[in-house]
Ligand binder design. Structure first.
Ligand code: GDP
Ligand code: MG
Length: 370
C-alpha cells in the first residue's frame, strides 16, 4: 500500500534519490529507487530533511481557528502531562502501560472497571499523568500528519536484553521531530542477560546521553513485568512536567483531539477524545473532524460517568451523528446549529483540499517547506 516511490519522494523533497535511500537505511529500511514507501515512512523521511508533511486543513481556512476563544496568561492553569510510550515490538510497551495503570489508581477511582478508551490517567504524589495507550507509532504518525500535537512527553522503551532496534530508532525520530522530551525506560532489567549499559552506549549514537555520562537524557531502569522502577519513572515524568509547566485554560469551550472512533452496534458512533483546552460538559454541542453532535454520555477510563472533563482528560463520548477519524480535531460550540454549520464548512473545505491532493502532479500540495 505504497503512497509513492522513493524516486518520486526524492524529487518532491528536492533531494537526490541516493540521499533518501541513505536516510532510509539509517532508519533500518533497505530500499531501491522504484520501491514504494508508505505514509509513515514519507513522514519520517520528510522529518529527516526537516520538511513538514501536511494533511490537515490549512489553518487559515479552518473555522475552528477563528472560533476558538483566546487565552490570557492569567487564565492558564497547570494540567497533567500527556505521555506516549513507544519502542520496538516486544520490548514491553503494553506490559509497562498495564503495570503503571495497575499500581497507581486514584483512591476515588479504585474498584472501577477498566475501560479501553485509548488513554488513561493515573495519580502519583497527588499529581495526575495521562498516558495514551493507542499503538504509539500509528497514533503518532496519523495525528501528526493531521496537525495534532497531543503528546507532551515520549517514553522510549528499550529491552535491556535486546538493545536498540529499528523501531527504537523510528520512535526517537518521531519524538525529536515533534520536539517532545524523551525519557528512556530500559526495560527487562530482571533478565539475567540484561545489559542496561549497552543500551545506554547504543543510544549515545542518537544523541541520547545519560546524565552520568555528561548528557541530559533521563534513563530509568525498569522491569515492567516485576513492577520495578515504576516509581522512579513516574517521578521523572513529574519532574519533566514541572520543568515544562504544561498549562491550559479550563474555563472555555472544549477543544481537543480524537484518539479513536468507532461505530458501536448499540450506542452508535463512539468517540474517544483527549480534551486539551477548556472543559467539555454533557449536553455540549460539538464538532469532531467533519462530524457534529451533542455530548449524550461521557465516561472516563474507569467506566465512571462524568458530567465534565477538563484539560488532559481522556473521555469516551456518545452523541455524534457520524464517525470521525483518529487525529481529527474536536471542538465544542454554543449550540447544535452552530456546530452543524461549522462541520459543514470544514467538510467543504476539506473536500476541496482533498480534490487538489488526489493526483500525483499536485502531491506537492501535501508538502510545505518550513
Ligand atoms: P510490546 O510489543 O512492546 O507491547 O511488548 P509486550 O508488553 O507485549 O511484551 C513482550 C514480551 O516481553 C511479553 O512476553 C512480556 O511478558 C515480556 N516482558 C515485558 N516486560 C518485561 C520485563 O520487564 N521483564 C521480562 N522478563 N519480560 C518482560
Ligand atoms: Mg504491545
Amino acid at each position: 500500500r505504497g503512497e509513492m516511490t522513493v524516486g518520486e519522494l526524492a524529487k518532491l523533497l528536492h533531494k537526490d534519490a541516493s540521499e533518501v535511500i541513505k536516510k532510509l537505511l539509517f532508519l533500518g529500511v533497505m530500499a531501491t529507487i522504484n520501491q514504494e514507501v508508505d505514509l509513515e515512512t514519507i513522514q519520517l523521511i520528510a522529518d529527516e530533511f526537516k520538511v513538514e508533511v501536511d494533511l490537515k486543513l490549512p489553518v487559515s481556512e479552518d473555522p475552528f481557528e477563528e472560533t476558538e476563544e483566546k487565552d490570557e496568561e492569567a487564565d492558564l492553569q497547570e494540567r497533567p502531562a500527556v505521555v506516549t510510550i513507544m519502542g520496538h515490538v516486544d520490548h514491553g510497551k503494553t506490559t509497562l502501560l498495564d503495570a503503571i495503570r495497575k499500581t497507581n489508581v486514584t483512591s476515588a477511582e479504585a474498584g472501577g472497571i477498566t475501560q479501553h478508551i485509548g488513554a488513561y490517567q493515573v495519580e502519583y504524589n497527588n499529581k495526575k499523568v495521562t498516558f495514551l495507550d493507542t499503538p504509539g507509532h500509528e497514533a503518532f504518525t496519523l495525528m501528526r500528519s493531521r496537525g495534532a500535537q497531543v503528546t507532551d512527553i515520549t517514553i522510549i522503551v528499550v529491552a535491556a536484553d535486546d538493545g536498540v532496534m529499528p523501531q527504537t530508532v523510528e520512535a526517537i525520530s518521531h519524538a525529536k521531530a515533534a520536539n517532545c522530551p524523551i525519557i528512556v525506560a530500559v526495560n527487562k532489567v530482571d533478565k539475567p542477560e540484561a545489559n542496561p549499559d549497552r543500551v545506554k552506549q547504543e543510544l549515545t549514537e542518537y544523541e541520547l546521553v545519560p546524565e552520568e555520562w555528561g548528557g541530559d537524557t533521563i534513563f530509568v531502569n525498569v522491569s515492567a513485568k516485576q513492577g520495578m522502577g515504576l516509581d522512579e519513572l513516574l517521578e521523572m515524568i513529574l519532574l519533566v512536567s514541572e520543568v515544562n509547566e504544561y498549562k491550559a485554560n479550563p474555563d472555555k469551550r472544549a477543544r481537543g483531539t480524537v484518539i479513536e472512533a468507532e461505530l458501536d452496534k448499540g450506542r452508535g458512533p463512539v468517540v474517544r477524545i483527549l480534551v486539551q483546552h477548556g472543559t467539555l460538559k454533557v449536553g455540549d454541542a460539538f464538532v469532531a473532524g467533519t462530524c457534529f453532535g451533542r455530548v449524550r454520555a461521557m465516561v472516563n477510563d474507569r467506566g465512571r460517568r462524568l458530567k465534565e472533563a477538563g484539560p488532559s482528560t481522556p473521555v469516551e463520548i456518545t452523541g455524534l451523528t457520524d464517525v470521525p477519524q483518529a487525529g481529527d480535531p474536536f471542538m465544542a460550540f454554543e449550540d447544535e446549529r452552530k456546530a452543524r454549520s461549522i462541520a459543514e464548512k470544514r467538510a467543504t473545505t476539506y473536500r476541496q483540499s482533498q480534490l487538489g491532493a488526489n493526483t500525483r502532479v499536485t502531491l506537492d500540495d501535501l508538502f510545505k517547506h518550513i
